[in-house]
Design a protein around this ligand. Structure first.
Ligand SMILES: Nc1ncnc2c1ncn2[C@@H]1O[C@H](COP(=O)(O)OP(=O)(O)OP(=O)(O)O)[C@@H](O)[C@H]1O
Length: 310
């Protein structure tokens, strides 16, 4: 076992971080496109990158996959510096950058995957190729030249090629662009399943509501900086409260131990923590409670606010 295999966790008791950006920056000429971006991704986690057009998602993905060099900082894949000596770990990477991926148009989908398998050193890949074609619902067109594929079919073949060698790290730039609604769902299902089986998945996306169902963290890029990182699994239970004097009650709630992140949205108070504690105190202080309900976290709303206020 060589050092790379050891780092990839072949028999090591503790798996290293799958993918890590450490203060990554990128300039084109004098223009900074990314500044000091840091995050970590572990095996089995899904990290979604969101951000407005031009915020730097594709640039970051090019750096994370070794297609471009950072101007500052470094990228670690499976514990190795991807741009400095750690080139061999790329064999554990599956990626689609600048989708849809390019294919030989005169070859069929299956032949393109056979070529990919050969280049990746996969032997006896026939069954695996059939498996990924079935997973991406491409068996019906598998023996047609890819030059005749629709955008959505090429997009799905790109993902099939990326997952063919069962990568430990999967990085995808907008894998659902150009897909119909059922295709979008299918791709998200596949990514969730891959993560469930241990693959670390990073994707850039504009489909916030879909990824919020299974992403562990969502990084929000704005103007080349990671302006926020939302941990989806740790989202506390939140409540919406309507009362007679919202501003005073919001101020009161902020003083109660265990009640956190109190905000006022117009006349509605949103807070995290035990609702019984909050209501008991509000009533004791003589305010009238008009309504109390669960506030489900909406990543899209949160993102809109965050980007607007960045
Ligand atoms: N090769 C390049 N040379 C100069 N500037 C570049 C280059 N590539 C990207 N940029 C600039 O970097 C910024 C970020 O671009 P990038 O494509 O990474 O954004 P994005 O978030 O992926 O956008 P979109 O959502 O539209 O795909 C843009 O201002 C873009 O013009």
């Amino acid at each position: 076992m060589n050092a790379v295999e050891a780092a990839a966790g072949a028999s090591a008791p503790v798996q290293p971080t799958s993918l890590e950006a450490q203060n990554v920056g990128k300039k084109y000429g004098r223009k900074p496109v990314l500044e000091s971006v840091s995050f970590r991704l572990h095996p089995g986690e899904v990290y979604a990158l969101a951000g407005p057009n031009g915020s730097g998602k594709t640039t970051l993905i090019r750096l994370l996959t070794g297609l471009a060099f950072p101007t500052s900082g470094r990228v670690l894949m499976l514990g190795h510096d991807l741009h400095n000596g750690g080139y061999a770990v790329r064999r554990y990477l599956g990626a689609v950058v600048e989708a849809p991926a390019a294919f030989y148009p005169h070859l069929t989908g299956r032949q393109n995957l056979e070529m990919q398998a050969f280049l990746s050193g996969l032997t006896n890949a026939e069954a695996r190729i059939r498996e990924v074609l079935a997973k991406l619902e491409l068996l019906a067109v598998a023996d047609q030249p890819t030059g005749a594929y629709s955008l959505g079919q090429r997009q799905r073949l790109g993902l099939a090629a990326a997952i063919l060698p069962a990568p430990k790290v999967l990085v995808l730039d907008e894998p659902t662009s150009g897909l119909d609604p059922l295709g979008i769902n299918k791709v998200h299902e596949i990514l969730a399943e891959l993560a469930w089986n241990g693959t670390a998945v990073l994707l850039s996306t504009h489909h916030l509501r879909e990824v919020s169902g299974y992403a562990d963290r969502v990084g929000i890029l704005g103007g080349g900086r990671l302006i926020d990182e939302v941990t989806m699994t740790a989202k506390g239970e939140r409540y919406r409260l309507r009362v007679s004097e919202p501003e005073r009650v919001a101020a009161l709630l902020k003083t109660i131990p265990g009640i956190e992140n109190v905000t006022l949205r117009d006349v509605v108070i949103v807070f995290e923590g035990a609702p019984q504690t909050a209501i008991a105190e509000v009533v004791r202080e003589g305010y009238q409670v008009q309504a109390l309900e669960r506030d489900y976290f909406d990543l899209y709303d949160y993102y809109r606010e965050r980007v607007r206020n960045a």
